[in-house]
Design a protein around this ligand. Structure first.
Ligand SMILES: Nc1ncnc2c1ncn2[C@@H]1O[C@H](COP(=O)(O)OP(=O)(O)OP(=O)(O)O)[C@@H](O)[C@H]1O
Ligand SMILES: [Mg+2]
Length: 376
């Protein structure tokens, strides 16, 4: 069994054979989906019951699905109501794979009015074969899903990798252009703008690359935090050029960092970009860096729209975006991945309509921090 198509054919075929073999008037096979038992195949009913679904625990079938305990009754005096039919005998057997209950096989009205012990054994065997089929099908679906995800991941990585290399070339040409003498000031402005946008695309590409790999590789560089902040300031100034947004960058302690410079740049750049996006064209973004023991504390605070408590919970989930037309919702998910890969933490504090402040805490000497914590 390796397709939905085969499962759709196989189960009705099994229950039709079972109906004939056991000599029952009606038979149905229901599978568990979320909190419900849903009709999968049935035979012997005058009306179509394909859309029937029963909450787990309700009715005989619902109880069998919940408890996994089979029910068999040969009642000739009192009649039972099953799906609107008065039945004199019925049997409901769970479909099990190990301890897991997958569904229920229901048989009603034995032609000669009662089920024997042999009938119960046969029904159990049929239910076990159906369960085997369903389980194989589920396994196959899971395999296909993870295989698809793997292929998409590889494809993403390949594309992101090529884009990154092409952007490096564009960036080199921009740097060559900037070396030219006698560049008109407005031309310099255009070059700066292209530079900034290329940097953004580069960052986004790297984000996708890290995200599809689901791991962050760290390559350590030594640099001063003031020097990284200067670069951020330059980009932020270009991004806010035609606005009344003031970007205030303050280095409280000029720490010597030994971390992945490119990745920490992306963390701060993502947070500053979000802060700028949260402002209605006017307001302040304040970026600070200070020292707390062996930790570098970076804060990005804005006087923007703030974040409601409902959204705060979802902030770091991949693909969560709100109030933006072009947001991918990957920014903060990746920020968190990078910070945690550096043994750091990220926290957010916000008041709707007043401010938002993100605090990133990372050890400024990643390797010695890791070494220290390995020993102690
Ligand atoms: N400083 C902030 N002020 C207000 N809301 C914010 C702030 N930072 C993030 N958010 C909210 O969190 C959401 C998720 O941010 P995230 O950076 O993950 O994705 P995004 O900015 O929407 O898209 P992108 O992937 O392009 O960064 C944003 O859409 C925004 O609603
Ligand atoms: Mg963002």
């Amino acid at each position: 069994m390796n397709s939905m198509f085969e499962l759709h054919n196989l189960l009705p075929a099994i229950i039709n054979i079972a109906k004939e073999y056991l000599g029952v008037k009606r038979i149905s096979l229901m599978l568990i989906e979320d909190e419900y038992l849903k009709m999968y195949a049935h035979a012997g009913f005058e009306v179509d019951h394909s859309s029937v679904h029963i909450r787990l625990g309700d009715g005989i079938a619902g109880k069998v699905a919940k408890t996994g305990i089979e029910v068999m009754s040969n009642k000739t005096d009192t009649e039972n109501d099953v799906l609107g039919y008065q039945t004199s005998s019925f049997m409901s057997v769970p479909l099990k794979k190990g301890d897991k209950i997958l569904g229920v096989l229901n048989l009603t009205d034995k032609e000669d009015d009662f089920f024997t012990e042999d009938d119960v054994k046969i029904a159990r065997y049929i239910a076990s074969q159906c369960a085997l089929g369903v389980d194989r099908f589920n396994m196959y679906s899971d395999m296909r899903k993870s295989e698809n995800l793997r292929v998409i991941g590889t494809l993403n990585s390949a594309i992101a990798h090529d884009i990154k290399n092409l952007l490096n070339i564009v960036q080199s040409y921009l740097e060559l252009m900037a070396l030219e003498k006698d560049i008109k000031p407005e031309m310099q402005e255009y070059i700066d703008a292209i530079h900034s946008e290329v940097k953004r695309i580069h960052g986004l590409t790297m984000d996708i690359l890290d995200f599809s790999r689901q791991r962050v590789s760290i390559s350590i560089e030594t640099f001063r935090i003031s020097e990284l902040f200067d670069e951020i300031r330059k980009h932020a100034n270009i991004m806010t050029r035609d606005t009344d947004i003031h970007v205030d960058v303050k280095v409280l302690d000029d720490i010597i960092m030994k971390v992945d410079r490119g990745k920490i740049f992306r963390v701060i750049f993502n947070l500053v970009s979000n802060a700028i996006d949260a402002l209605p064209g006017t307001g302040t973004v304040r970026l600070t860096a200070g020292k707390d023991g062996d930790i570098c504390v970076i804060k990005v605070r804005d006087t923007g729209k703030g974040i409601c408590s409902e959204n705060i919970k979802k902030l770091f989930l991949p693909f969560f975006t709100s109030g933006k037309t072009k947001g991918t919702g990957l920014g903060l998910a990746i920020v968190k991945m990078i910070v945690e890969a550096h043994c750091g933490t990220i926290d957010v504090d916000s008041e709707e309509g007043v401010y938002t402040e993100f605090t990133v805490r990372i050890p400024f000497n990643y390797e010695s921090f890791k070494e220290l914590h390995r020993q102690g």
